[in-house]
Design a protein around this ligand. Structure first.
Ligand code: PMV
Length: 324
């Protein structure tokens, strides 16, 4: 952080603005080796969700941070506002700025759709624009990571790999876009609940790492899955991609369920969708799923199944990560 911003100008423009897509991990980040810097135990791999994300505009406020979410002012005590303000504290330094932050999400907040990922990425990018720092993507990824781990992947688009890194200061823990594309790949977002989750991913990860016997096998599982996913992406081998992503998500959730007290993000609707996917697969359809720290399900399927998915999963939002 200090390394990135030392010598940088803190005289702002009138306002700064940026958009960041949210991302869905195919190989999850689950567990930190450093709680403060959000340094992960393992590397992870995601695909970004194009137009689903966060648009953030930032300007100077008078005597306190003023935070807007989807056009409404959020009270300073709200978790959302507190998280943003404490992230902004990192940038206040000796200049006592207060910020007006206007956040427009095209995804539900805190419902397992990683809005914190696009949120902190958009905020880091907007700060870069606001102060005209001209930081590199690697530096922006490191700054976004300080807000939320998965946000470091949202400064890139397409397939993205977050290198776990080894350094204590986190300067080698950042995300990089992969060169491969997959125009045929589709992600179906099924929002089964708009409710805020009861337990945040920070606490859930910590509890899992500390108490779950199954977590012991997670780092090796993630390492292997990452290797296989890289191969599947290079060869455009869809079933291998889907199978590995689904198995990775289930292993992450299994490790949470084996924590104490147990962590379970699924709702009956989540399980119903999983069973439907398995049933359709038995009938020969190439559909897979992944689930993050929430009850919502993301389907992975090839473009040719678009109409079939829309018919079978009512309300699904279909995203083409590599179109345009
Ligand atoms: O970055 P956080 O603290 O929101 O954690 C994200 C954790 C998962 O979404 C479950 C996995 C991931 O890699 O995005």
């Amino acid at each position: 952080m200090q390394k990135i911003l030392s010598g940088k100008n803190f005289s702002p423009k009138v306002s700064g603005k940026a958009f960041a897509s949210t991302n869905i991990a195919l190989c999850k980040y689950w567990g930190k080796r450093d709680e403060e810097l959000n340094l992960p135990v393992t590397s992870s791999l995601s695909v970004s969700l194009a137009e689903l994300g966060t648009l953030t505009q930032i300007s100077i406020a008078d005597d306190r941070d003023v935070i807007f979410l989807n056009g409404k002012e959020v009270t300073p005590e709200a978790v959302f506002a507190r998280r943003i303000s404490s992230y902004l504290d990192l940038f206040r330094r000796k200049h006592l700025f207060f910020f007006k932050v206007d956040t427009q999400n095209t995804i539900p907040t805190a419902a397992g759709l990683a809005s914190s990922a696009s949120g902190f990425a958009a905020l880091a990018l907007a700060l870069d624009d606001f102060f005209r720092w001209g930081l590199s993507r690697k530096e922006l990824s490191i700054l976004a990571r300080l807000g939320s781990g998965s946000a470091c992947r949202s400064v890139c688009t397409g397939f993205v790999e977050w290198h776990a890194g080894k350094a204590d200061d986190g300067m080698d823990s950042y995300a990089e876009p992969m060169t491969e594309t997959w125009p045929d790949l589709r992600v179906g977002v099924l929002t089964l609940s708009h409710q805020e989750k009861a337990l945040g991913s920070r606490e859930a990860m910590q509890r899992t790492a500390l108490t779950s016997e199954l977590y012991k096998s997670w780092p090796e599982k993630a390492r292997q899955d990452l290797e296989v996913l890289n191969k599947a992406i290079k060869e455009r081998y869809f079933d291998l991609l889907g199978q590995t992503a689904e198995s990775n998500a289930l292993a992450m959730h299994a490790s949470m369920m084996a924590a104490w007290p147990p962590v379970l993000y699924w709702l009956p609707e989540t399980i119903a969708v999983m069973q439907k996917v398995w049933q359709l697969r038995q009938q020969g359809q190439a559909i897979y799923f992944t689930i993050d720290a929430g009850p919502n399900v993301k389907l992975l399927f090839p473009e040719k199944l678009t109409a079939f998915i829309a018919r079978n999963f009512l309300g699904v939002k279909i995203v083409a990560p590599f179109e345009n």
